[in-house]
Design a protein around this ligand. Structure first.
Ligand SMILES: *[C@@H]1O[C@H](CO)[C@@H](O)[C@H](O)[C@H]1NC(C)=O
Ligand SMILES: *[C@@H]1O[C@H](CO)[C@@H](O)[C@H](O)[C@H]1NC(C)=O
Ligand SMILES: *[C@@H]1O[C@H](CO)[C@@H](O)[C@H](O)[C@H]1NC(C)=O
Ligand SMILES: *[C@@H]1O[C@H](CO)[C@@H](O)[C@H](O)[C@H]1NC(C)=O
Ligand SMILES: *[C@@H]1O[C@H](CO)[C@@H](O)[C@H](O)[C@H]1NC(C)=O
Ligand SMILES: *[C@@H]1O[C@H](CO)[C@@H](O)[C@H](O)[C@H]1NC(C)=O
Length: 306
């Protein structure tokens, strides 16, 4: 197992139950209700952007992106009554009192209040969980401004046991948001990404996040702007380790941890199928890596929050 990687945020409950694994379709928000009428966007007050705990990121990596990377125009999250905005910024209070952030997104579930991010955004390298009472999510966050729903609290998290043990395997986690507006779920307003377990090699992918380092093009890398990468991911097996990887010199950046790898992203509706979340960049091979979801585990995590 290759330990030479740096997490992009500075930083299992494996129940014995067999759940048929299934993937999920996307969920389009209803566009005819007045979802946007009730909240005024507000800036998140940050005491500080977190410090670089892992010092392994090579800041001198200024080579051009390789041809597999498709340069996309700058994105502003599409927050309008016609669009879904499942992706947002997740603010986390670290154990040193500073705040860090990751990227998270609402996924399509029956519960309606469930999102996905990286496990390493929710617990530290010693397996100690960050306090969910200090986590805040703002779907549609961009340009330093919260999305239409403001900031949303976190009610519960489900983190794979294997990640707690290894700080490496199964680096994804589900988050349940404390949300109820007019008796409707978060997903009702934001839409929800579908999810898939069957995404193979060389897949055209869109990744979104809020980087404040890295070399994404057309991206204001200040941690408060939503940026996008589009290109192909590979499945890579190295000894015991199997992951999705993006090879070459692309460096998505800190803050993109937890950002969804989206299959069949449809720009018109701002939805697609999440099949992984960005984990880390290996500072030796320069590969960006993302875990391969285990369908049974995913469904167990889901059942723990439902
Ligand atoms: C890679 O990261 C590791 C641990 O984060 C660090 O010890 C090492 O010096 C880094 N190597 C390079 C080439 O940056
Ligand atoms: C981004 O935020 C700045 C400062 O708040 C504001 O002046 C600007 O109009 C915003 N840009 C967009 C595209 O919303
Ligand atoms: C929400 O549901 C509760 C219980 O069913 C009901 O009492 C309440 O009136 C509903 N509120 C709205 C805004 O619909
Ligand atoms: C995925 O495709 C790449 C070439 O595009 C290849 O090198 C790699 O071995 C493939 N991975 C798997 C698991 O087949
Ligand atoms: C695979 O394992 C061998 C033996 O442990 C090691 O020498 C090699 O570097 C590993 N390969 C990779 C790509 O990690
Ligand atoms: C990774 O990037 C660094 C800095 O750009 C470069 O020196 C190094 O050769 C690259 N490593 C690989 C395996 O491509």
């Amino acid at each position: 197992m290759d330990k030479n990687f740096s997490f992009y945020l500075l930083i299992a409950l494996i129940a014995i139950m067999i759940i048929t694994s299934h993937s999920s379709v996307i969920f389009r928000r209803k566009i005819n209700d007045n979802a946007l009428d009730f909240l005024t966007p507000e800036r998140i007050k940050e005491t500080s952007i977190f410090k670089h705990k892992h010092k392994g990121i090579n800041k001198n990596d200024k080579r051009n992106v390789i041809s597999r990377n498709i340069v996309v125009p700058p994105v502003l999250s599409k927050v309008s009554p016609e669009n879904n905005y499942p992706i947002g910024r997740l603010l986390i209070r670290l154990h040193n009192g500073n705040y860090g952030f990751c990227t998270a997104s609402v996924i399509n579930t029956e519960n309606g209040n469930i999102g996905i991010t990286s496990a390493h955004c929710l617990i530290d390298a010693n397996g100690e969980e960050y306090d969910i009472n200090f986590m805040r999510f703002s779907p549609g966050y961009d340009n330093g401004t919260n999305g239409p729903l403001g900031i949303i609290k976190v009610e519960d998290v489900a983190i794979p046991f294997m990640f707690r043990l290894t700080n490496y395997w199964n680096d994804y986690a589900l988050v349940k948001f404390a949300f109820n507006k007019e008796n409707k779920t978060l997903q009702h307003y934001t839409g929800g990404l579908g999810w898939r377990f069957d995404v193979g090699n060389n897949t055209l992918t869109n990744i979104f996040g809020y980087p404040f380092t890295g070399n994404l093009e057309n991206c204001i890398k200040d941690g408060v702007h939503l940026c996008e990468w589009e290109g192909y991911t590979q499945v890579e097996q190295k000894n015991l380790s199997i992951h999705y990887v993006i090879s070459g010199s692309i460096h998505l950046g800190k803050g993109v941890s937890g950002g969804p790898l989206i299959f069949q992203y449809d720009r018109a509706i701002n939805l697609g199928y999440v099949y992984s979340v960005f984990m880390a960049r290996n500072n030796v091979t320069n590969e960006s890596i993302a875990p391969i979801f285990n369908g049974k585990l995913f469904n167990v995590l889901l059942s723990l929050l439902s």
